[in-house]
Design a protein around this ligand. Structure first.
Ligand SMILES: *[C@@H]1O[C@H](CO)[C@@H](O)[C@H](O)[C@H]1NC(C)=O
Ligand SMILES: *[C@@H]1O[C@H](CO)[C@@H](O)[C@H](O)[C@H]1NC(C)=O
Ligand SMILES: *[C@@H]1O[C@H](CO)[C@@H](O)[C@H](O)[C@H]1NC(C)=O
Ligand SMILES: *[C@@H]1O[C@H](CO)[C@@H](O)[C@H](O)[C@H]1NC(C)=O
Ligand SMILES: *[C@@H]1O[C@H](CO)[C@@H](O)[C@H](O)[C@H]1NC(C)=O
Length: 359
């Protein structure tokens, strides 16, 4: 007991420091979420001091729009080719989630961002892993991956998003009445980065009911936790798991993102020419969707501070204007990749307003 206490006294500051770093990191990741970020080079507010940045912004937006077409048509062969490639290299269906199948008792989970300190799968950890892949053999006819970009505000896309068979959302976005018209309220999978668990729910070290209650809006969705990116992400993610378990099995079903899948995905996108440390949550979800869905629709993916249609200034997220703290992505290069796929008829990026009862 005494040893534990002394250990804790020494460890606590270290842990706090680590979790602080992880928060900072995940803020970066989550802000990169979806919005494959522009921030550092492209100012969010074009009216800022340096008008030259603003004109650069316009040029990039112009180029991007040049590659965008509203009248999208799926190109079956391109889609199949890309999907097959992803399938060969990443195999989301068997790898995306840590399961008892792909992660046996006694094996090691190798952290994505901390390779040298693997986590051994104890009986306790093993017991809470999903028994099998939640995606099984399922191929959904249509999937909507909803990014949190400000481009969704006033888009009236809610109905269209709800009409998808499988709806994926990123980082516990708000879905209340204020936003339902624009983003819908159906959710089949939602991600929760450790940063948001720290920011909004005190890292689940205090009252946990607010967390559980706020998850009601996602119904029975899968709650995807990137628990094994860094060692310090694990405890808070496990607390999320246990909280949901303790409060009854009515809410979302927590599952853990597989760091091995993340590594494969990072390599895959590097080979496609993406020069970033690792894909954002938005790109990870889009990649997952490409393997498990026949038709992939992306909403809220638009990494610029101006609306594509009429150049009106838009906020960073559809629900707030929080800027990313720091950013190593110098260009919205993820968006460029997705735009390429849009152009090739592989994924359908939706910008601008949706027509009512569109599909
Ligand atoms: C648009 O497409 C052209 C040619 O395919 C490419 O060179 C350019 O980088 C693309 N621009 C953007 C912003 O995606
Ligand atoms: C997937 O399909 C194969 C063959 O059709 C079947 O043997 C297997 O049980 C299925 N797995 C799941 C998880 O549905
Ligand atoms: C959305 O519409 C409301 C009401 O018309 C307006 O006040 C708000 O600025 C709009 N938001 C965006 C991001 O365009
Ligand atoms: C979505 O909203 C509709 C109408 O407001 C409601 O009937 C439905 O239960 C909601 N669905 C979810 C998953 O919250
Ligand atoms: C684009 O803007 C024009 C007016 O500038 C408006 O009439 C139109 O509905 C908008 N379209 C979309 C898709 O946002």
């Amino acid at each position: 007991m005494r040893v534990m206490r002394t250990l804790m006294r020494w460890l606590l500051p270290v842990i706090l420091l680590c979790s602080f770093c992880s928060v900072a990191f995940w803020i970066f990741i989550s802000n990169n979420n979806v919005i494959p970020h522009p921030a550092s080079r492209i100012p969010q507010k074009a009216s800022n001091t340096q008008s030259c940045k603003a004109c650069k912004d316009s040029v990039i937006i112009g180029k991007a729009l040049g590659n965008y077409s509203n009248s999208w048509k799926k190109h079956e062969a391109n889609y199949k080719r890309f999907r097959l490639l992803l399938n060969e290299k990443c195999h989301a269906v068997s790898k995306a989630v840590v399961t008892q199948n792909n992660t046996p008792l006694g094996s090691n989970v190798v952290y994505d961002g901390e390779r040298r300190k693997p986590l051994q799968v104890t009986q306790a950890l093993y017991n809470i892993l999903a028994k099998e892949q939640p995606f099984g053999n399922a191929t959904w006819e249509s999937c909507a991956v909803v990014g949190n970009g400000g481009v969704l505000a006033n888009s009236s896309c809610g109905e269209e998003i709800n009409s998808a068979q499988f709806v994926i959302r990123c980082n516990l976005p708000p879905l209340d009445d204020r936003y339902e018209k624009d983003v819908g309220n159906k959710t089949n999978l939602v991600t929760a980065n450790p940063s948001i668990l720290h920011e909004k729910y005190s890292g689940l070290m205090e009252r946990r009911r607010p967390f559980v209650e706020s998850l009601h809006s996602y119904g029975q969705a899968l709650l995807l936790l990137p628990a094994f990116s860094y060692g310090h992400n694990t405890p808070v993610s496990l607390r999320a798991f246990y909280t949901l378990e303790d409060f009854g099995r009515e809410g979302p079903l927590p599952i853990f993102l597989n760091p091995e899948y993340l590594r494969k995905l990072t390599k895959f996108w590097r080979e496609q020419g993406l020069n970033s440390v690792r894909p954002s949550t938005g790109l990870i979800m889009a990649s997952l969707a490409l393997e498990i869905c026949t038709n992939v629709h992306l909403y809220g993916f638009w990494p610029f501070g101006k609306h594509p249609n009429d150049s009106r200034p838009i906020t960073n997220h559809y629900y707030d204007n929080r800027e990313s703290k720091k950013n190593v992505h110098s260009m919205p290069s993820e968006f460029e990749q997705l735009l390429k796929l849009h152009k090739q008829g592989v994924v359908h990026i939706h910008l601008g307003e949706c027509q009512p009862a569109h599909r």
